[in-house]
Design a protein around this ligand. Structure first.
Ligand code: NAG
Ligand code: NAG
Ligand code: NAG
Ligand code: NAG
Ligand code: NAG
Ligand code: NAG
Ligand code: NAG
Length: 372
């Protein structure tokens, strides 16, 4: 039986953390800034692509069915990990940075669905034609941050003060690079050797840039076990049983790649910590909790399992690339909280809530966001 950290231990731990935080009276985060992809996008993709595309599936029902009760541009049935983090910090949900009428005084969300860690120009130069022509990579998002800054603070001193008390999150990003590379036919071995180091380096460069702006707390999330997603299980189905983890039914090769990339990222984060000892750099682990849900789904209330999507167009994992969630020929399950996967790629609100809790109070962020 797998060790389950959540129920009692986690409750007592959370309680003690909260009490400790209350008594030590450490500073609270006054704002949150996030860079990333669909795991955290709160509307940028829809704003960016509405003038370009006739149908945006993530902007259609049943997206948002559980919490907002209408689509918001979030890739889930409800709240994302970032939304639960904002709630726990007593801050409003982060507005997408491209919203023209929003207030960014409590932070901004630069994440875009499909965003890559490496630049579009890099992929274009290498003829990787499966990367969609949306110019929203990590470095572009950092450019948006630079452009927004004058409206947030006017002197260098003011900006430093603002960023010192802010929580910055860089990631998850890089997962989409791997999706596009694999779709182009680049072998997982070559992705590992050629692209993962570049992805990790660019995430690290982004963190360093922010530190140089005066940022004092940065969360760097890794990736989920991507071999457990209904999309990968459908698109890369193998006739050979040995390609699957017998405990979870997940694809071993993609999970190995995710683990490899996470390990490299974690080593990079440790290097940054040594270099910038005055900065709290937190590695946030998406892999372990999601892998636990896949190992023992019923234990966490996921009675419909971890490798079948709630919303989809049928098939063994309820994922069909030509009838994805948001199209009229896909349907959603009655109770998304009994599934880990929402649409075959992204997680349900119930899953996001578990992950957020484990990052805020432990044990899956190193150190937990709310341990001072
Ligand atoms: C911004 O405008 C959009 C569309 O006009 C509206 O739906 C949204 O609620 C507005 N947001 C804010 C923060 O005012
Ligand atoms: C990495 O990021 C930097 C700036 O943040 C950018 O100039 C560079 O092109 C990126 N590398 C790749 C391969 O996309
Ligand atoms: C993406 O946008 C940046 C500025 O934000 C620009 O410098 C770059 O040329 C654009 N890349 C492509 C491929 O359009
Ligand atoms: C990309 O394609 C163009 C045109 O087909 C070719 O000239 C160029 O050498 C290719 N670049 C790479 C890196 O393969
Ligand atoms: C399945 O994969 C294993 C390990 O790669 C290999 O040894 C075996 O021959 C494969 N079986 C079939 C039926 O292809
Ligand atoms: C997706 O749906 C089409 C049309 O019904 C079908 O031909 C195809 O086999 C389905 N794909 C999967 C993976 O179920
Ligand atoms: C689902 O609908 C889309 C758009 O209407 C269509 O392109 C696609 O072929 C349909 N897929 C299936 C499996 O019926």
């Amino acid at each position: 039986m797998a060790f389950s950290p959540f129920p009692l231990f986690s409750f007592l731990f959370r309680l003690s953390t909260i009490i400790l935080a209350a008594f030590t009276g450490k500073p609270k985060y006054t704002s949150v800034f996030l860079f990333g992809n669909s795991y955290a996008d709160t509307g940028n993709y829809v704003i960016l692509e509405s003038p370009v595309l006739s149908v945006i599936t993530i902007d259609q029902p049943p997206y948002g069915m559980t919490f907002f009760h209408h689509p918001t541009g979030r890739c889930s049935d409800g709240r994302l990990v970032i939304d639960f983090i904002c709630e726990a910090l007593g801050l409003p949900f982060l507005p997408p940075s491209l919203a023209h009428n929003a207030s960014f005084s409590k932070g901004a969300n630069f994440a875009v669905t499909g965003a890559t860690a490496l630049d579009l120009a890099f992929y274009e130069a290498n003829n990787i034609t499966t990367v969609p022509p949306v110019n929203s990579s990590l470095s572009v998002q950092l450019g948006w941050f630079d452009a927004l800054k004058p409206s947030l603070c006017s002197t260098a001193r003011q900006c430093k003060e603002l960023f010192k008390n802010a929580l910055f999150i860089v990631g998850e990003i890089g997962g989409d690079d791997i999706i596009y590379l694999a779709a182009y036919g680049v072998s997982l071995e070559e992705i590992k050797e050629t692209y993962v180091p570049k992805i990790v380096k660019n995430i690290s460069m982004a963190v360093e840039k922010l530190i140089n702006e005066g940022v004092r707390t940065v969360v760097v999330p890794g990736d989920i076990p991507t071999g457990c997603t209904p999309a990968k299980l459908t698109l890369y189905a193998s006739p050979n049983k040995t390609d699957y983890d017998p405990r979870t039914g997940c694809l071993e090769n993609f999970n190995h790649l995710s683990k490899y990339r996470n390990t490299k990222l974690r080593v990079e984060v440790e290097g940054l910590r040594r270099k910038y000892s005055h900065v709290r750099i937190i590695y946030a682990d998406y892999y372990t909790p999601v892998n636990q849900f896949a190992t023992e789904p019923a234990h966490f209330g996921f009675s419909n399992g971890a490798i079948t999507a709630c919303c989809g167009g049928g098939g063994p994992y309820n994922f069909n690339a030509s009838a994805v969630c948001g199209l009229p020929n896909a349907t959603a399950c009655k109770d998304p909280s009994t599934y880990v996967s929402w649409d075959g790629v992204h997680l349900t609100e119930a899953t996001n809530r578990y992950i957020a809790t484990s990052w805020l109070y432990g044990p899956y962020a190193h150190p937990p966001i709310l341990s001072y």
